[in-house]
Design a protein around this ligand. Sequence first.
Ligand code: MN
Length: 299
Amino acid sequence: MTEALALFCSDLHLTSQVPSCREAFGWLGAQESMLQVLIDTANKADVPLCIAGDIFHKPKEEPVVESLIIRMLNKLKRGCYAIPGQHDLPGHSIKRIQESSYNVLVQTGLVTHCPQYEPLKQQQAVLHSIPYGAEIPFPEYVYNNLILMAHQMVYTVEPFPGAPESGNVSAIYKKLKHYRMAVFGDNHQGFIHTKKDKIILNCGVAIQRTRAEIDYIPHCYLLLSDFTIKKMALPTTTKFVKKVDSKTDEQFNVFISTLREKQEVSLSFRENLKKMLEQIQADQDLQDMVWNIMEECNE
Ligand SMILES: [Mn+2]
């Protein structure tokens, strides 16, 4: 009989700062609804909620956001296993974890920080996790169905020009010899990739937050004991703020589609971006918007 082992998600990016494309009214409520679906799904399946990093958008979030997630995590029956992503860490550094909102969660005891060889449902699988910045380790012992949880850029299609080749799934599989499955956060586009008996699950964002995610449907993923994955949609909205005129909007679509295509990889992402904005003769509104998004993404 198959049974559920764990519920995975990542990149919640919880924040009090209203994203530029979302309406201010209801933004906190939208995040609460997303959390409620995660909690209900985990409880119904009787599994722990596993978050593969970037719980918060900024390392030091407002108390209103901290208390929101604490209140929600309190409802979990089987607890929460989590790792910090770069957004959870001041200066993207694990050394400064004490200063973070992520550490507030850890200190509540509601979150198990970086679980090490944690059995799932009577050892049907074992969860091993590492924080942002750590290398994929060799396991200490041989385990059946060992699952890695990590926060790093992993992709099937290059997510931005110059993305490091080490993130390509084919390079990742080489590091997964002792693992049955690896679950990642960081790349905001979710995907499930399989190769022989191995699985790479990249969770993607849990809520539509930027313009690039307007047409994206966020998901959480229920892992079953036969290692099939039940992909479940999280709440979406179609109500976005239209701050830009149609010309800029059109340009923005060109910008997004160009980004998704391959670019010269020898240049840095920022340089590529600058060059491309010149190429498409982006107006000031679009340029401002793009650099604002870049800033948002960086911190
Ligand atoms: Mn993220």
